[in-house]
Write a protein that binds this ligand. Structure first.
Ligand SMILES: *Cc1c(COP(=O)(O)O)cnc(C)c1O
Length: 399
């Protein structure tokens, strides 16, 4: 049977203490015990179903974590206060001082800054590679390499990572493959393709409302357990826990994620095809001519489409800015960073979400100064939206 992340979430039996269909929100930092011994056992992680303190576990966080694990097909998950909290904690938990990471050069800007600027202060070095060049990945591996890090669909150039091959390369050398799946929830399931740990910014598609920042780490029971070990767990000790009120909100939103992903994908495919017909250079893995199309088609869960992200190249920042300002006035969407929202969002990557990446490196990774990244919204009439974009393009003589 095909892996179906949406049905896995649907099948969860999660209800509250009074039969409330939305599990009760546990608005508590600490938990009481009737027997002192149970408290000690809980501290040591031996008391199943008991909660001790909300930096470690909170029932509302557990519901959301279980839903994330169900979606990813992992044994366990833990939810964090942000996507960066998930990424930094996963990497810092795996790596000790003196260890080495091989990472895709195209990643979220914050991740790039973490790897390039921050982790070196703990003597954790990163070699950045073109993740689609598997030879360069192999060649970058050193005896102290602990992690290969990539994004399923890299930001902002939407390059598709060959997760099965990367897993093979990693596992041959006892290295862990960590994958950021923020752009492609439901669509791609990294753990089913060999990834050891999947990290998420839930801020984006998974929550989908742009009303909070959150993240998740999905992996084996052993890994998640060690991450929150009271004596040595990175997440327990650095403490980037998600607030239970937010967890309960995100849990409700995750139940509509499959419907939203389908609509994001349908709309993005429509715009990609139309813009392509007009001769605009479009990056969208749903287009047959796109570099990542074959690869993605081979391992995606087919019913959710190719995702809501697309990028167009307008060559110069001036043209990109003019188009974005016009599109905002025409009501195409908002000039804003972030993604996975019900409205279309667009930004010029080099001057926003990837501005942490130095310009020479941006150019090296094939990013143009005029790259506009779209997170296509849930528009009911996408033809109408295209007509607005078309009007802007014509008025600016882009075609
Ligand atoms: C936004 C984003 C992050 C960071 O997540 P936050 O929730 O903002 O901390 C990480 N990776 C990707 C791909 C993102 O888009």
């Amino acid at each position: 049977m095909k892996f179906d992340p949406a049905s896995n979430i649907q099948d969860l039996l999660q209800f509250g203490e009074y039969g409330d269909v939305n599990p009760s929100i546990t608005d508590s930092a600490t938990f009481t015990f009737m027997q002192a011994n149970t408290m000690l056992e809980t501290f040591h992680g031996d008391a199943e179903g008991c909660f001790l303190y909300s930096r470690h576990w909170n029932p509302s966080n557990k519901y959301l974590a279980d839903a994330m694990a169900a979606m990813e097909g992992t044994e366990a998950a833990w939810v964090t206060a942000s996507g960066m909290g998930a990424i930094s904690n996963a990497l810092m938990h795996i790596c000790n001082a003196g260890d080495h990471i091989v990472s895709s050069i195209t990643t979220y800007g914050g991740t790039y800054a973490l790897l390039a600027n921050y982790l070196p202060k703990f003597n954790i070095e990163t070699t950045f590679v073109d993740i689609s060049d598997l030879e360069s990945v192999k060649n970058a591996i050193k005896p102290n390499t602990k992690v290969i890090y990539t994004e399923t669909m890299t930001n902002p150039l939407l390059v598709i990572s060959d997760i099965p091959k990367l897993a093979e390369i990693a596992h041959e050398k006892d290295i862990l493959l960590v994958v950021d799946n923020t752009f492609t929830p439901m669509i791609i399931t990294p753990s089913k393709l060999g990834a050891d740990i999947t990290v998420y910014s839930l801020t984006k598609f998974v929550n989908g409302k742009n009303d909070c920042v959150a993240g998740a780490i999905c992996g084996s029971t052993d890994f998640i357990g060690s991450l929150i070990d009271v004596n040595s767990g990175t997440s327990m000790l650095l403490g980037p826990v998600l607030d239970p009120l937010r967890s309960s909100q995100i849990l409700k939103n995750i139940h509509t994620l499959h419907i939203r992903m389908k609509q994001h994908s349908t709309n993005a495919m429509y715009l990609a095809e139309k813009l392509s017909e007009k001769g605009v250079p479009v990056v969208y893995p749903g287009l047959v001519k796109d570099k990542g199309h074959k690869l993605m088609t081979r391992f995606m869960n087919p019913q959710f489409g190719y995702g809501g992200m697309l990028a167009i190249d307008l060559e110069t920042t001036e043209r990109a800015n003019a188009l974005m300002e016009k599109m905002e006035i025409e009501g195409v969407g908002y000039l804003a960073v972030s993604l996975g929202y019900f409205k279309t969002l667009f930004s010029c990557s080099g001057k926003s979400t990837s501005s942490e990446v130095p310009e020479d490196i941006q150019h090296k990774m094939g990013m143009s100064d005029g790259l506009v990244r779209f997170s296509v919204g849930l528009d009911n009439d996408i033809e109408r939206t295209f007509n607005k974009i078309d009007k802007c393009m014509r008025e600016l003589a882009i075609y």
